[in-house]
Each structure stands twice: as structure tokens, then as C-alpha cells.
Design a protein around this ligand. Sequence first.
Ligand code: PMP
Length: 448
Amino acid sequence: MITDIENLAAKDRQYLWHAMTPYNEQNPPMIIEEGKGSWIADASGNRYLDGMSALWCVNIGYGREELAKAAYDQLKKLSFGSMLQSHEPAIRLAEKLNEWLEGDYVVFFSNSGSDANEVAFKIARQYHEQNGEGNRYKIVSRYRAYHGNSMGALSATGQSQRKFKYEPLAAGFLHVPPPYGYRRPDGMSVEQFNLQCAKDLEQTIVWEGKETIAAVIMEPAITGGGVIVPHPVYMEEVERICRKHGVLLIIDEVICGFGRSGRKFGHMNFGIKPDIVTMAKGLTSAYLPLSATAVRKEIYEAFKGKDDYSHFRHVNTFGGNPASCAVALANLDIIEREGLVERSRVLGERLAESARGWLKHANVGDVRSFGFILGIELVADRRTKEPLPLAQVAKIISACKAKGLIIGKNGDTVDGFNNVLTIAPPLSSTDDDLAFIVSTLSEVLASM
Ligand code: PMP
């Protein structure tokens, strides 16, 4: 246990630049010391159930010795090998991902979800260029979606509060509205509204000039942007529209992948076949950094030797790091052995059932779930659906934390869309963990 907490906290304030945190909220910093299962402990010994799996990523829970050993063994044997060469952990992992994807894919490894999406965009553009359609450079994504922090991935992101300080961003990125069923026009069914959103996407593609569109990128369900879950007809239509107009469909599985959605991958809930799948987070359960861009074999074929420039002209030093790949393999082994994809579905259904009971509270406007992800949309008035002000949302999150439960929320302070509580615990959570989450949220929501 850390004994000199005050000194450490002072050094934190002096030297460490925190992510996404207003300076006045960094004091005192939450210094985490250890984790086991779904629980973490801070330096003062306070225990919290991590209801967000950190950043939606510690899917098999904390403290798995098997993963530590996989990293140790691999680091001793071969500490580094780049993807200019090859090594066994990368080969075995690419094969394993192909099995998980249930299709014929070739895998490119990188470091982060943002990297994986950048790779997808570059592959999409180069693919069209090499197919004689060099005009196809635009990438279409959705408002509310998050696709990463780097200039391309941020350009695809549809959340103004993350972008406006850094503009101008990359050229050629367009956005369409998401199928946000809770806020659909009066008199329209959720299904009709979802079909309308798909039509709007097609209209955008046609009006922009379909011969200028390279790809559409979307998560199976928008996660961080407010847990916006599509009706199945939407995803079926999106796939059909992409095929019809020769546009590649990139599915961002950075959060939804590896069982989080109750299926191996989120898109499998809709029976669609993406051209490109990007993944990170749950690939290693965040024990080490690693991401992947899986590309349909036919697309990969277009990169085979027409001229000196037809191969993919992209490298990153750490992508496919041997220890990261070994850890990913051990992680996938645990998910398979412990049946965590199925467990995620079962836990998610149980959590969603409890959450429906919270609709009786005046400030709970909607509850939405996708596998073991829950979103609770808080409103000041259920009739007008006016969002609950941020200060009140923050109070609920603090009240949960005071009772030992960490949950998240969408959004930031600029666009007024900060009113969805998010919950995505480790898929390995026990029945007691789930009971604790439900009872804590029940108490806090009842006291609003
Ligand atoms: N895509 C999605 C859907 C994400 O949620 C995130 C990160 N939260 C990213 C991409 C970017 O991943 P990273 O932070 O690893 O770059």
C-alpha cells in the first residue's frame, strides 16, 4: 500500500497532465493502486466496482495472472519484432481473429483504436484508387459517434465538443444523423424512423456524388455518444446502400467487439458482413496496447503488386508487438473458456430488466441496452425530453462513487448533450457484482 499519498498527489498535480479532465476536477487525483475482478482500489484503500471496465476495455476483469505470464514469457523469448517481419504471436492472433470474425479477413495490427480507424480510412482510399476510382475519398460517419483522437479519426468523430478547439480537421469527412429513436419525430415508429435515417444516408451519398464516397464508418451501436442502438432494419439498410453504391462499410468494434454486445462482434447482432472491422480495447482487455484492422480478403487482393506503390504504405513501430499479441491470445482464450460472450448477453439482459424498473423515476427518460452496455438517459421533463442539466447528472455519478460504484456518462460540456449515464462492467462480473450495481443505482436514482 502506498504510504505517502499526500506527497504522491502533490507530484501528480505538478507533473501529470490528465486526459479529458478540467483542472479543478483533478484535485485530489484518484490514484488507483490495484484491481481484482471487477473491483479496483485507490491508494487510500477505498474499493470501487468499476462499472465502466475503465474505458470500456477491461472486459475480463483485473488481475489475471495468465495474462501477466503470457506477457512475461513472450518478453523473455522475443521482446520485439516489427510487422516488416513476422512472428508467431502475430500470425496465431491474425488466424484467431479470422475465426472470431467468421469470414475471410486479413489483419493489420496497430496500437490504438484511433490507429485502427486511420488504417481503415487509408486502406479504403487506396483500394478505390487502385481500382481506378481515385475520386472516392470521402468518409461518411454519424453525429454523436466517437472514432478516435488523431486528426483523421477525430474528423470522423461526430461530437463537436471534442473537435472545435482543433479545427480545421482533415478534409473529406461527412456526417449524417444517427438513428436516435428516443428523440424521433412525433407520430413515427422507431422502425420508420430508423428507415428514414438510412434513407438520409443514401440521399447524402447520392447528393455528394456516389463516385466520391470511399467508405461509411459506424459502430454497431453508438456507445460513448449516448448508447444509441439501431433497429435491425437500419443496419441491414446501411449494408444494402453501401453495396449498391460501391462504398466500403467499416464497422468500428473498438468497444462493441469481443463479447461486449452479447455476440462475438456487435455487427453479428444484425447479420451484416462488414468490409473492414476495426478493434482495440477488448482485444487484450487493455492489459497491453494493441489494435487491429481486419480487411476482407478481396480488398486485400487489390494491394497485390500492380506496381511499386500498390502495397499498403503504412507502418507503425509498436503495432503487432509480440507481447501484446501473446496477451491478446491469452485474453481470447479466457473469453472462450469462461463463456464470457454468453455471460455478457445474460448479464446485459438482467441489467436491462432492472433498468426498465427505473423508468418510474421522473428524471429517467429512457433506458437503452446493447449486450452488457446500459445507457440511462436523464431528462428534466419526461414530456419535453429536455436533458437533465450537467450539474445534476454529475451529482448522480458522484453519489454512485460515494457508494463504491464507478459509472460514466456521455459527452462533455459544450453541446448540451451530457445526460446519458453509461454502464459497461467487466464481462466476467459475478452475480454479486451485478446485484451491487443494481442496488446502488436503484438507491441513487430513488434519491434524485
Ligand atoms: N472508436 C471507438 C468507438 C472508441 O470508443 C474509441 C475510444 N474510446 C476509439 C475508437 C479510439 O480508441 P483509442 O482511444 O484506443 O485510440
